[in-house]
Design a protein around this ligand. Structure first.
Ligand code: SF4
Length: 93
């Protein structure tokens, strides 16, 4: 029987830095290291970090559970930012 899985609880769901125009600022994105997330064009799709708790699969052959799902997902939902946050790379002082 297939079960819905939370990607956030999978070993292959990783957080990556995404730099835009300014080299010292970045935002966070999540990606599936097994490249299961793709755009219609076939290109790999990255999602905004703050949406990671919504990333679910009806079934996934590559799912590798990281731990007990509850209360992890509930806590994650509470702790995630509500929008993109911009992070700064500190220059050595
Ligand atoms: S391997 Fe499957 S369950 Fe894991 S992050 Fe990728 S799509 Fe989600």
């Amino acid at each position: 029987m297939s079960e819905k899985v939370y990607c956030a609880n999978c070993l292959h769901c990783v957080v990556v830095r995404h730099f835009e125009a300014e080299q010292d600022k970045y935002i966070l994105r999540v990606k599936c290291n097994k490249k299961k997330w793709s755009k219609r064009s076939g290109e790999e799709k990255l999602y905004k970090y703050f949406t990671v708790a919504r990333r679910m699969q009806a079934d996934c052959d590559f799912y590798e559970e990281m731990g007990e799902i509850l209360p992890y997902i509930k806590n994650l939902k509470k702790e995630l930012p509500i929008k993109d946050e911009i992070y700064l790379i500190k220059s050595p002082s």
